[in-house]
Design a protein around this ligand. Structure first.
Ligand SMILES: C[S@@+](CC[C@H](N)C(=O)[O-])C[C@H]1O[C@@H](n2cnc3c(N)ncnc32)[C@H](O)[C@@H]1O
Length: 305
């Protein structure tokens, strides 16, 4: 679906809105939706078909039935329209009545949420299980020691990283970024963090001195990414961690607007530029929801000891 008006027309139907509100509470089958909405099977199925084709719903086979759920990876326009319409219709009388009927259905079924989501929990909302919370949890368990963040920008990641580091050296060649980053460090009184104005390809940092080197969406900005990775390996201690989060090779011209010099990389390139390292892992992560759907690429490796 291309246009915002198409989404608004879709959500302009009261019954479709009621379906979305019901599914926002939990995944339901056609039979359950019929009961909650008090509508015929053909009407429910026809609305479900339209919502599914427009990218609002997933369905999962469950025995002979299908269980429908609201996608949590809605495309930008669909998400914006639903977020705008949802609060406006949440207390609508029909939506309130549906909520009461859903409550009644739940107590009739007698099964707990845990039993209902078994087998598809990975696709379900579970309170508190956010990517941000998971990221913080894993970082808290990580020891980055003396760490260098290359292409650190204005230090947006310092707060996140500092708890896992003994010291954090932020490298960036942009005077504007370095000045904003230094200001951030000063304002927060972060004693462990400092800036170094330099190019990754020519690091004025000691060899074999650091426990970890990170590139967080910065490699695609560098004139000579191969040289930058070589320098990173030079400053790492034997056994030190190299982590490079970048983009998978793509053909989207949108990257020009962000100042990228490279349209992403392949794992083959990253692996060959870090050959000689141990425990090399490289894989693509899920593509972004928003167009043009860039795909992040992650390389981790340990410098040979
Ligand atoms: C998108 S920003 C990433 C900022 C930061 N890593 C983050 O995740 O918030 C990319 C940064 O790479 C820096 N950069 C560009 N060329 C570089 C180079 N040759 N060496 C080191 N950093 C570079 C830019 O100045 C910019 O601050």
């Amino acid at each position: 679906m291309e246009h915002i008006t198409d989404h608004l027309r879709l959500l302009g139907d009261e019954n479709r809105l009621r379906i979305l509100h019901a599914l926002a509470q939990e995944p339901l089958t056609v039979a359950e939706l019929q009961e909650v909405l008090n509508l015929s099977q053909s009407s429910v199925s026809s609305h479900l078909g339209k919502l599914k084709r427009s990218g609002y719903l997933h369905d999962l086979a469950e025995g002979s039935a299908h269980r429908y759920r609201l996608r949590d990876d809605l495309a930008t326009e669909a998400a914006a329209c639903w977020q705008a319409v949802r609060p406006l219709s949440l207390e609508h009388a029909a939506v309130r009545e549906d909520r009461l009927r859903l409550e009644a259905l739940r107590s009739q079924r007698g099964s707990s949420w845990v039993e209902r989501v078994a087998g598809h929990l990975h696709r379900e909302y579970a309170p508190g299980r956010t990517w941000e919370a998971l990221g913080h949890s894993f970082l808290a368990a990580l020891d980055l020691g003396d760490c260098v963040d290359i292409g650190a920008g204005d230090g947006a990641m310092i707060e996140l990283l500092l708890g896992s580091c003994t010291s954090l050296t932020c490298v960036d060649p942009s005077p504007a970024m370095v000045s904003a980053g230094n200001q951030r460090i000063q304002e927060h009184g972060w004693a462990g963090a400092s800036y170094c104005t330099a190019l990754a390809e020519d690091l004025p940092l000691k060899s074999k001195h650091y426990d970890s080197v990170l590139f967080l969406q910065s490699l695609q900005y560098m004139q000579n990414p191969q040289k930058a990775l070589k320098q990173a390996l030079r400053i790492l201690k034997p056994g030190g961690l190299l982590l490079c989060l970048t983009l998978e090779a793509h053909r989207f011209s949108d990257s020009d607007r962000y100042g990228h010099r490279h349209q992403g990389f392949t794992c083959q390139q990253l692996r060959s530029w870090t050959s000689g390292c141990q425990f090399q892992r490289c894989f693509a992560l899920a593509a972004e929801n928003r167009p043009p759907r860039f795909t992040p690429l992650l390389l981790t490796a340990r410098k040979d000891s």
